[in-house]
Design a protein around this ligand. Structure first.
Ligand code: ZN
Length: 121
């Protein structure tokens, strides 16, 4: 359903059409509804399908980032053994869900940091 669609209004029974109106909370627009043009009864919440689409696109975005990360990983794995002095491959790396730490000095490190105290796992 969208604005301009013709309807048989369940409220007033008229052959009417939908008009879109903003739902305001003070000065903030909180959504949109489709109303009967004759009696102004709310027929549908125009904004309702939006969050679903947004959620889906966010999931797709996350997946893309995940795949992107995988790609980056495989590029670095193809580097020569000698060049691989990254913290992510180091025996001193402490893996944690949110932050990686170096066991040598306890500082937060990035997976692709490199360091002269690197020890291969
Ligand atoms: Zn109506």
């Amino acid at each position: 359903m969208k604005a301009g669609d013709s309807i048989r209004c369940p409220h007033c029974g008229a052959d009417s059409f939908l008009k879109k109106e903003s739902v305001m909370e003070g000065w903030t627009k909180v959504g949109e509804v489709l109303k009967c043009a004759s009696c102004s009864a709310v027929i549908a919440d125009a904004a309702a399908p939006e969050p679903e689409t947004e959620k889906a696109s966010r999931a797709a975005e996350r997946l893309k980032r995940f795949l992107g990360a995988e790609e980056t990983e495989s590029i670095h794995l193809s580097l020569d053994e000698a060049d691989r002095r990254f913290c992510k491959d180091c025996v001193n790396l402490i893996r944690h869900p949110f932050v990686l730490r170096c066991a040598l000095d306890g500082r937060a490190v990035n997976p692709m940091d490199d360091c002269d105290r690197f020890q291969s796992r």
